[in-house]
Design a protein around this ligand. Structure first.
Ligand code: PHE
Length: 433
């Protein structure tokens, strides 16, 4: 007797009594909206990627949606009786094969591959769920993670290494409510067999600042778009808050909520990665954080899309609204340069007169313009900090390169930025961090 098979994206899979994936779901698998240029899901992915730049973060956008129960559940520590495993909630191909229900299905494999300190995974995910304006059985998620290796940080001091990375992140002035302690013995425990309190605290701080920056970037753009569409749009300051959460594969865990149009919206889930994942992935000396975010939810806010079914529309009147947006975002290349002022510098003073013994901020401007010419769009001081022990002062400038005439290639912008960095060293005597 011939075995029953189903074809998905050109590959054939054996089915059994667990098979419950209807043809209309399988028909959506090749759509991959996150890879369709100018699609709102693609644009949302692009905006988030811009906050997590390479080479620190590597992007994975083509992982196969057909995964094993091991990848989707077991590797992440889901108990055998977890409701997410039920046939009522999940599209199965056979007893051990399913359409991934979340991008976390690729966490273990990506940690094992160990290609970069951070990664972003964007992908279509599948869930049997309620039917309404904001639920569709296929949607898109993005997974992000950042890890540190005990063997490759100075003195093996992970907490110090992570804090120094926190200091390199840009700052923001959005109001953040974070009423809970960094971990809590009953509600949100530290993995005390694996992490010191200082390590978990530092990783939590890096995670929170990174995701706050992402949300600030998204909502700044959402508001700019809303204002463009409606000149009477009232711009209320963005408010975000951290709440405690639970996921089988992180601890402590949090959700980030954003106050938008009169409501607290749950935007993402995240936490300190369960050490068992790194151990099982053959990288026991690593530790770090992970998050997951739904892209349609964000795109609906960004582009004022009232119904999730619209994402699947092939109607040009819907799609043409976004024509050209991808390229327009691509034309902006953003670079940060962080440096220490000369050791002899006296710390303090205001940003403009960074250090009267060294240079005026306009000197930085002149150096950048001297190399990049009209390709530099703006230069802004995004962070400054004085080392508590050495008293040395560090500054971080953000440079946006964008040509008014053409799309810059990565290679030429990298080269330009390298020359800018070198000129800052040569002419101002600063030391790059
Ligand atoms: N996978 C989780 C979800 O779909 C989100 C998540 C990802 C939470 C990574 C923590 C870390 O809800």
């Amino acid at each position: 007797k011939a075995e029953a098979k189903v074809e998905i994206n050109g590959s054939k899979y054996k089915t059994d009594s667990w098979f419950n994936t209807p043809p209309n779901i399988i028909a959506n698998v090749p759509r991959r909206l996150h890879l369709q240029k100018d699609h709102p899901v693609y644009i949302t992915r692009q905006i988030i990627e811009s906050v997590f730049p390479g080479p620190t973060y590597k992007y994975h956008n083509t992982f196969n949606p057909v995964v094993t129960t091991q990848q989707n559940f077991d590797s992440l520590g889901f108990p055998k009786d977890h409701p997410g495993r039920a046939k009522t909630d999940t599209y199965y191909i056979n007893e051990s094969t399913l359409l991934r229900t979340h991008t976390s299905a690729h966490q273990a494999d990506t940690f094992r591959a160990n290609l970069s300190p951070g990664y972003l995974i964007s992908a279509d995910v599948y869930r049997r769920d309620e039917v309404d304006r904001s639920h569709y059985p296929v949607f898109h998620q993005m997974e992000g993670a950042h890890s540190w290796d005990r063997n490759s940080v100075p003195n093996g001091d992970v907490a110090a290494a992570v804090w120094s990375d926190v200091e390199k992140l840009p700052t923001h002035d959005t109001k953040v409510e974070d009423p809970n302690p960094p971990f809590h013995a009953e509600r949100n425990p530290l993995q005390s067999d694996h992490h010191s309190a200082a390590e978990a605290e530092a990783i939590g701080a890096h995670l929170k600042r990174s995701l706050e920056l992402m949300v600030v970037e998204i909502f700044t753009r959402a508001k700019a778009a809303a204002k463009k569409a409606d000149p009477n749009f009232v711009d209320e300051p963005l408010k975000v808050r951290w709440v405690e959460a639970y996921f089988p594969f992180t601890s402590p865990s949090w959700e980030l909520e954003v106050y938008y149009a009169g409501d607290w919206l749950e935007v993402l889930g995240c936490g300190v990665v369960q050490q068992s994942l790194y151990i099982n992935a053959g990288v026991p000396n690593q530790l770090g954080w992970a998050f997951g975010i739904g892209l349609e939810r964000i795109a609906m806010l960004l582009f004022n899309i009232p119904d999730i079914r619209l994402f699947w529309s092939r109607d040009e009147r819907f799609l043409n609204q976004f024509a050209g947006v991808s390229d327009n975002l691509d034309t902006l290349k953003r670079f940060d340069v962080s440096f220490w002022l000369k050791a002899t510098s006296s710390a303090g003073g205001n940003a403009k007169q960074a250090n009267k013994h060294d240079f005026h901020e306009n000197d930085v401007m002149e150096i950048v313009r001297g190399i990049a010419g009209d390709v530099v769009e703006d230069v802004k001081l995004v962070d400054q900090f004085t080392h508590p022990k050495s008293g040395r002062k560090s500054m971080c400038y953000r440079i946006n390169y964008r040509s008014l005439e053409r799309t810059l290639t990565n290679a030429e912008t990298n080269d330009m930025h390298d020359r800018v960095t070198k000129a800052l060293v040569d002419e101002l005597g600063v030391e790059i961090r």
